[in-house]
Design a protein around this ligand. Structure first.
Ligand code: GAL
Length: 775
């Protein structure tokens, strides 16, 4: 085995594990719900009561991911069959489940726990160190120094990937082959490295010029979907690569690649290289286009770990799968065997022997490094800096000013132009921005919601510069929750710098009014209406609304939708899996209709969100449902949480967090680009975020904010963001494209006027269809 390569791999793993260690959990807004314990499908034989138990914790791809979870599970099943053990698994739906599932298995007395995937590295380490007598084996991870009760299973997939790249280059008709990854972590890029170097080697041998799309092994940059789940993303990536001419594609993203395979099959004359296991077998729908697969025999390593544990010979440390020991390899060409000329096959045999003999480098770590290029030292910016936002109300303007103050201290030579267009949620600003962008007159940087608003409106329209370099230069990749990075990412790049996380589903109430009337915050809509009747009888408006911008009604409505649909149903609205004319949406409209008819201030259409919040502060209204910029507003009028005002999740949404994030982007053609980069660097820094957020009423998007600077409400939001189910806000650009949001706002405008539930349902269905999400 190649020691140098192992060292490089270990170094990468350690660095990456440190990166991941700082990530805050459960921040992906599109993640599925909490896990359910699952019995293994059709356990082979009933084990005796005290049977040896091997228990597998999957990552978010699930047990049937046709990838490493499934392959490791095959190892457990082989152990069930051959060793008569008992085998179980728990599926992790989100990163917060890792600890939970591991601990459940520790409590259950599992003899060995198999954790699957690089992303479980931290959770496994923590559990193993706390429970030194519990045996673990982790797929795709190794620790340096080793942990005595953990056996890491790692694979030199670059060796097999190299063979795959070589054969791909040899059979490509277009002279272009492609690859992309799920998330940019070493266990993914190691495949891509091997593939790219294999193509390069083919070119050197044959004097050809086959191009690799999607990955540059020297600069370690390329295409990533940012997840391991979305087959839609796999399809999009595949289409992009095919449009650019690739006729062989190796997706390294678990089940995401099935979307690529589907797209390739439709297009025709494009072939797929599977990864982890033999896709000809595991994805038979595509067997006519599977050229080969880069195999990682995790079933074998998992089986061996279980066997050793059972026989008392288990040793912690690392086991490395190589071409030499058969831990990695290339799957047969099966039906496409005739596509690969005999000569190429024999070259592959020689190549394999040479790799085993250490004659050929299959990883860029083993190659002479290209000249290191220092980023050019940036002179301190001067001139002007125009920052565009809609932050003019109390709290939001204070937060912005606080950041300007820090900036001015750092760059006294720069004159800041505070370009604001008043109107909550950008109700007016967005139109002004669109006009300017279309006219080629961008500000230096502008406020934009992370998620669809950013990506669909501006990135896809090619109006933005990626800001990945700012993240990299400042070492921020491990300072933000992966879920946040994910929604800022597209085509392997990050497109804006987030300053905060806001919560949308908050009920704010007048503490004194509640105390005097012996009321507590309603936890359901039924409770809300009971309390509301009491308040009405006393002449107090139950719910304040300020929808002089219709977004405020949409905002209220998204909270109601979450209550009637639950987090899964709510999320399903944005991918077409929840019917827009179903009972949950109907019920939500009925609640909204009831509120508008009897419980909301009559002048709502004349007020802004902060004026509605003021009604509550003054005791003229008892409650309002609005994002936590209200906390910033209350701070600006010197009200304290739990004294001047109370707060609770909006009715029926406890345990769920509708999130949105304000970010700043770098438009192409920013007139003062250097100053803009300096501004973005401040926006993403701890100092900038800790200056901004306590006043803004939001929590830092970074994971290392100084908690002591935040009031009781914001501390509770930090806790909830770490533990709740996160779903995206539609009113504030996270869940849906700007066009779709506008259509929903239009439905709301009509509904407020006519309260016609059926008409609204039909209009929602149409809007979803127009958005291209509902078929
Ligand atoms: C939201 C924005 C918040 C706050 C609010 C009211 O869309 O994300 O930062 O400004 O509008 O203006």
């Amino acid at each position: 085995m190649n020691k140098k390569l192992l060292f490089n791999l270990m170094a990468l793993l350690v660095v990456a594990s440190m990166l991941l260690a700082a990530c805050q959990p459960a921040a992906t807004p599109t993640q599925p719900p909490a896990p359910a314990a699952t019995e293994p499908p059709a356990a082979a034989t009933q084990p005796p009561a005290a049977a040896f138990k091997a228990c597998q914790v999957t990552d978010t791809g699930g047990i049937d991911d046709k990838s490493f979870n499934a392959t490791a599970w095959k190892g457990v099943q082989d152990a069930i069959d051959q060793l008569g053990i008992e085998g179980k698994y728990l599926e992790s739906q989100q990163q917060t489940d890792y600890d939970k599932n591991i601990n459940a298995f520790i409590d259950e007395g599992c003899n060995i726990i198999i954790t699957v995937g690089f992303l479980l590295g931290d959770a496994t380490k923590a559990a193993a160190e706390k429970n030194p007598n519990q045996l673990f084996s982790i797929v795709d991870f190794a620790y340096d120094p080793p942990i005595p009760n953990v056996l890491g299973q790692v694979f030199n997939t670059n060796e097999a990937g190299f063979l795959a790249g070589y054969v791909a280059a040899g059979v490509s008709k277009t002279g272009k082959v492609g690859t992309f990854g799920g998330i940019q972590i070493p266990t993914v890029t190691v495949f891509m490295d091997g593939f790219a170097l294999g193509v390069q080697h083919y070119n050197e041998k044959h004097g050809t010029n086959v191009e690799v799309l999607g990955w540059d092994a020297n600069t370690q940059t390329g295409l990533f979907t940012g997840n391991f789940e979305s087959t839609d993303d796999g399809r999009t990536m595949g289409e992009t690569l095919m449009d650019e001419g690739a006729d062989i594609i190796m997706p390294v993203a678990g089940p995401v690649g099935l979307g690529t395979a589907a797209a390739a099959k439709e297009r025709g004359n494009v072939y797929i290289i599977g990864v982890d296991n033999d896709w000809y077998v595991t994805a038979p729908d595509y067997k006519d286009i599977i050229l080969t697969s880069v195999m990682k025999y995790m079933d074998v390593t998992t089986f061996n770990a279980i066997k050793a544990a059972m026989e008392g010979t288990f040793q912690g440390g690392v086991t490395v799968g190589t071409l030499e020991n058969g831990g990695v390899g290339l799957a047969p060409f099966h039906d496409l065997d005739s596509m690969v000329p005999a000569e190429l096959k024999s070259e592959l045999e020689t190549l394999k022997a040479d790799i085993i003999a250490g004659k050929i480098a299959t990883s860029p770590g083993e190659m002479p490094k290209p000249e290191a290029t220092e980023p050019p030292a940036m002179a301190a910016p001067t001139g002007q800096l125009e920052i565009f936002s809609w932050w003019t109300a109390g709290g939001e303007a204070d937060g912005l000013n606080a950041m300007y103050e820090v900036f001015k201290k750092m760059y006294p030579e720069v004159e800041i132009i505070n370009a604001t267009v008043a109107g909550g949620a950008g109700q007016n600003a967005k139109a002004v921005l669109a006009t300017r962008m279309q006219a080629g007159d961008p500000p230096d940087s502008f406020q934009v919601h992370a998620g669809h608003e950013l990506i669909d409106s501006w990135v896809k329209a090619d109006k933005m510069e990626p800001v990945t370099f700012i993240f990299e230069q400042n070492g921020w990749m491990d300072k933000y929750p992966q879920g946040v990075i994910d929604i800022l990412s597209y085509n392997g790049e990050i497109w804006s710098v987030p300053v905060n996380i806001h919560r949308s589903n908050v009920l704010w109430y007048n503490k004194a009014v509640f105390d005097e009337n012996g009321l507590t915050a309603p936890t359901t809509w039924d409770e809300f209406f009971t309390i509301a009747d009491t308040l009405k009888a006393k002449g107090i408006t139950p719910l304040a609304l300020g929808d002089n911008g219709i977004w405020a009604t949409t905002h209220l409505f998204e909270s109601i939708l979450l209550a009637t649909l639950g987090p899964d149903g709510y999320k399903g609205l944005w991918d077409g899996s929840t019917a827009w004319d179903g009972d949950g949406v109907k019920q939500a409209l009925e609640i909204l209709s009831r509120l508008l008819t009897d419980y909301i201030n009559e002048d709502h259409a004349a007020l802004s969100w902060d004026q509605a919040a003021q009604l509550v502060a003054d005791g003229d209204a008892a409650m309002t449902i609005m994002g936590d910029w209200v906390a910033g507003y209350y701070t600006s009028i010197n009200l304290e949480p739990n004294v001047g005002y109370g707060y609770a999740p909006s009715p029926g949404t406890s345990g769920n967090f509708i999130m949105l994030s304000d970010s700043f982007g770098l438009p192409k053609g920013a007139p003062n680009r250097d100053a803009a980069v300096a501004w973005l660097t401040l926006c993403g820094s701890k100092e900038g975020q800790d200056a901004f957020n306590p006043l803004k009423g939001s929590i830092p998007a970074r994971t290392d904010g100084d908690r002591s600077l935040y009031n009781a409400y914001l501390q509770s939001a930090m806790d909830d963001f770490g533990s709740n189910t996160i779903v995206p806000s539609v009113a504030h650009g996270a869940a849906a494209s700007e066009g779709w949001v506008t259509a929903i706002n239009d439905v709301m405008t009509l509904f407020v006027a006519d309260l016609n539930v059926d008409a609204a349902l039909q209009a929602f269905v149409q809007a979803c269809t127009d958005a291209g999400v509902c078929k």
